[in-house]
Design a protein around this ligand. Structure first.
Ligand SMILES: C[S@@+](CC[C@H](N)C(=O)[O-])C[C@H]1O[C@@H](n2cnc3c(N)ncnc32)[C@H](O)[C@@H]1O
Length: 193
């Protein structure tokens, strides 16, 4: 993350906006289950809100400095922070009820890598589990915001096909100022036509 990101993503205003515009609407009516994996938590804007809705939250963060800061923010809680690359998650298949990832996928430099993150999320989900994700839409201003930083935004127009090709079942994509997706791993025996 560059300095712009650190400033914005660590602010209370960002956390409040993430809750009101993304987390609340995206998770409305969705049972999150006891075990949630958050991918790319950064300073933890979503972590704080999500952790009070599940029994345990594991956050996987590639940046060891950000991971250590998040550990220090949530000592002796239901949050465990693991330093790892989400393109190769260090958990067996079907380990989590929910996988959540916000404002993160544009940091993956290639489409192949983004698909690997989405595929790993599907792999570690239990059958019937759900991926909740969102990110910004591509824009010139965000390109400038990411000066000297990775900026590989996802065009939401192709997202449904990408998720279906990877193996997700029922899914909803909403596109406004940003895109948001709720995508289910097919339950055992469920057939998606
Ligand atoms: C812009 S921050 C978003 C933080 C938070 N999710 C939010 O919405 O405020 C993206 C985070 O994803 C992390 N990240 C980038 N690539 C990753 C990867 N391959 N695996 C795990 N985390 C990654 C970055 O280090 C950064 O902390």
């Amino acid at each position: 993350m560059n300095r712009n990101h650190q400033r914005v993503c660590a602010s209370p205003e960002w956390a409040a906006q993430l809750v009101s515009d993304v987390l609340s609407p995206l998770s409305a009516g969705v049972p999150l289950g006891p075990e949630l994996l958050e991918i790319g938590p950064g300073p933890g804007a979503a972590t704080e809100w999500l952790r009070s809705r599940v029994r345990s939250l594991i956050a996987v963060e590639i940046d060891p400095v950000a991971a250590q800061a998040l550990r220090a923010r949530f000592p002796d809680t239901n949050v465990e922070v693991v330093t790892a690359d989400a393109t190769e998650l260090p958990w067996p298949d079907a380990s989590f009820d929910t996988v959540a990832s916000f404002t993160m996928l544009h940091h993956i430099p290639t489409q192949h890598g983004q698909n690997a993150v989405l595929a790993e999320a599907l792999r570690v989900l239990r059958p019937g589990g759900v991926l909740l994700a969102s990110d910004s839409r591509p824009s010139d201003s965000l390109h400038e915001f990411h000066a000297e930083d990775t900026y590989n935004p996802i065009d939401p127009a192709g997202l449904i096909a990408r998720l279906q090709t990877i193996g997700y079942g029922r899914l909803i994509v909403e596109v406004g100022d940003r895109w948001m997706v709720r995508a289910h791993k097919p339950a055992d025996g469920e057939r998606i036509r």
